[in-house]
Design a protein around this ligand. Structure first.
Ligand code: ADP
Length: 358
């Protein structure tokens, strides 16, 4: 049986705003689930309903198969880390971290060991005697994470916990949280608008948009098998390139180059005369002409050398796309290039409902 079950969960705020629509999810014990999507899509609202901080307007939330809608946060056994770190200002880092265990009535030796271990994992050992106001934003957020982590709870909830950290700290904390999750095995739900965090940390990702779940899957599934244009564009950096085009005589035309859709092995009979969206990932291309690929020509507008790769901004007539190439192959700005999109890396989507065409 699933550990956590969300059945047709809806949230309608008192002002009538319908923030979450028919959210369904089953979570296994120990899973690390990430809710991802643009700001305002309903991630925090869903998390807060799971935490017991927000009423569930409609639907059922089950813990271990038992209805938990009416339970408060404590009964549900949740610990939550928020975006803003609400620490006790008059208490040292040590006491802030220890507080939850003290409430649970744990003995001093146990608390001491746990606090020191948590502080070590979070790089806070040297700061245990300090007050929160003598810490940087990043350090305070670590204390907040430590405080939540140290308690023995069934469900660990995090709402954008890294958003106040700088880029480097975020990368470090990302792998630290993953490591901590591996050690503690706590069932975790993590909210972020950042697809990189979702991809690097999650066992499974829930992609949301406008209050609706778009897709639930492993990072791999979302990357290789997105169900629609939104997910395809949201997962991956730089995002997938999309080109709108019309099917004519079983072919599409992109920047004067024709592609026979039969060669992609997709059934497109019903799309004759209709608009479809042609998609390819920046990193899926090869420079030059290749077999079993759609070969296109483009002009280079701009290049961004990032070290491990270069983003190449190209134009093909009035079409703008981005390619990701090896930095050694960085083309000259204003030069003309030829590149190939392997047939197996081509995505096609319905032009109207934007769902993937298999
Ligand atoms: P996210 O976490 O994905 O950024 P939220 O869950 O915070 O999104 O918000 C989802 C939507 O619900 C937003 O449009 C937001 O403005 C709205 N919302 C959030 N809280 C309330 C509230 N208390 N009353 C009315 N609308 C709200």
């Amino acid at each position: 049986m699933a550990y956590l079950t969300l059945k047709n969960i809806n949230k309608i705020y008192p002002n009538g705003y319908h923030a979450v629509h028919n959210f369904n999810l089953e979570m296994e014990r120990g899973e690390f689930i990430v809710f991802v999507g643009p700001s305002g899509c309903g991630k925090s609202t869903t998390l807060r309903m799971i935490a017991g901080l927000e009423d569930i307007s409609n639907g059922e939330f089950l813990i271990d198969g038992k209805r938990a809608n009416e339970q408060g946060p404590r009964e549900r056994g949740v610990a939550m880390v928020f975006q803003s770190y609400a620490l006790y200002p008059q208490m040292s880092v040590y006491d802030n971290i220890a507080f939850g265990l003290e409430l649970q009535g744990a003995d001093d030796d146990y608390i001491d060991e746990k606090v020191r271990n948590t502080a070590r994992i979070l790089g806070l050992t040297d700061y245990l005697d300090r007050l929160p106001r003598a810490l940087s934003g990043g350090q305070r957020q670590r204390v907040a994470i430590g405080r939540a982590l140290i308690r023995k709870v069934g469900i660990f909830l995090m709402d954008e916990p890294l958003s106040n950290l700088d880029a480097k700290q975020r990368v470090t904390m990302r792998s630290e949280i993953t490591q901590i999750h591996r050690e503690t095995g706590a069932t975790t739900i993590y909210v972020t608008h950042d697809q990189t965090e979702a991809m690097t940390m999650a066992d499974r990702i829930v992609v949301m948009k406008d209050g609706y779940v778009q897709q639930v899957g492993t990072p791999r599934e979302l990357y290789f098998n997105p169900v629609n244009v939104f997910v395809a564009g949201f997962i991956g950096e730089p995002p997938m390139n999309f080109i709108r085009t019309r099917v004519q005589g079983g072919k599409i035309d992109i920047a004067g180059k024709s592609l026979d859709l039969n060669r992609l092995g997709k059934k497109l009979g019903t799309y004759e005369g209709k608009e479809i969206v042609f998609g390819f990932r920046p990193e899926a291309i090869r420079l030059g002409e290749q077999e079993k690929a759609f070969v296109l020509s483009a002009s280079v507008e701009l290049t961004e050398m990032l070290g491990d790769n270069t983003n190449v901004y190209i134009t093909m007539g009035d079409i703008h796309s981005i390619l990701k190439v090896d930095p050694h192959d960085t083309p000259e700005v204003d030069s003309d290039i030829v590149f190939s999109i392997p047939f197996e890396s081509v995505y096609l989507f319905d032009g109207e409902n934007e769902m993937v065409i298999d």
